[in-house]
Ligand binder design. Structure first.
Ligand SMILES: NC(=O)c1ccc[n+]([C@@H]2O[C@H](COP(=O)([O-])OP(=O)(O)OC[C@H]3O[C@@H](n4cnc5c(N)ncnc54)[C@H](OP(=O)(O)O)[C@@H]3O)[C@@H](O)[C@H]2O)c1
Length: 197
């Protein structure tokens, strides 16, 4: 299939291009700079030069494609970088619906034949608490690894506007994607993987 993808130079985009190409698809990827162009080409796509506001570029590339994967999004700050500790919000008892990068890339590929309008959750089915994730990541940092609790107001100040997303309590299942797409997440123990990294 011929696919147009945005965000191909990003974390999820690079892995998704790699998986699409491995499965025999042909990928054109939006790239707004020379650095992004080099990244999408290295991942296996051909580059379409432009940004999210270049509507003519987007329209033409989408019209050439049989499927579009839209991943580009400008991002804000990153939690933890300033404090040196891995933060969670309040008591960290809220759950996160995680998915491993490689499972997500396979899910995008598996969803290509789905009927238009289908909706699937990109989750792996394991929903640890934010505090458990922070502690596993701190463990990976070794003896110096620390966690810190931030109030929601502090988190908004440091990493706004995404702090509210990190404060959500979400427990989600990939059952629909498994049933309808024959896709199965293979990374079932994220806390062990975080703690080992
Ligand atoms: N990673 C996660 O844990 C996570 C969780 C939930 C949802 N998501 C969503 O998944 C998507 C991809 O996430 P990611 O982690 O791969 O993000 P990322 O690594 O920050 O990559 C963002 C991508 O968007 C591109 N981009 C940003 N602004 C652009 C613009 N104005 N024009 C063209 N391209 C632009 C970037 O291009 P440059 O290389 O040129 O900057 C990059 O390719 C995002 O929508 C994000 O909200 C991610």
């Amino acid at each position: 299939m011929k696919i147009f993808l945005t965000g191909g130079s990003g974390y999820i985009g690079r892995a998704t291009i790699g998986e699409l190409v491995r499965q025999g698809h042909v990928v054109e990827a939006l790239a707004r700079s020379e650095r992004a162009e080099a990244a999408v080409v290295a991942a296996g796509a051909s580059a379409v030069r432009g940004g999210l506001t270049d509507l003519d570029v987007l329209n033409q590339a989408a019209a050439r494609a049989e499927a579009v994967i839209h991943l580009a999004q400008a991002t804000g700050g990153e939690p933890g970088r300033e404090s040196g500790a891995i933060p969670y919000i309040a008591d960290g008892g809220n759950h996160w619906a995680l998915i491993h990068l490689d499972d997500l890339a396979r899910l995008y590929t598996a969803a290509l034949p789905a009927p238009a309008g289908s909706v699937y959750l990109g989750v792996g089915g394991v929903n640890p608490t934010a505090k458990e994730v922070a502690e596993a990541c701190a463990h990976a940092a070794g003896p110096a690894g620390k966690t810190v609790s931030l109030s929601l107001a502090e988190a908004r100040e440091r990493i706004s506007p995404i702090a509210d997303a990190f404060a959500l309590d979400q427990q989600l299942t990939p059952a629909k994607a498994q049933r309808e797409l024959g896709w199965t997440p293979v990374h079932a123990d994220p806390l062990t993987e975080f703690a080992a990294e």
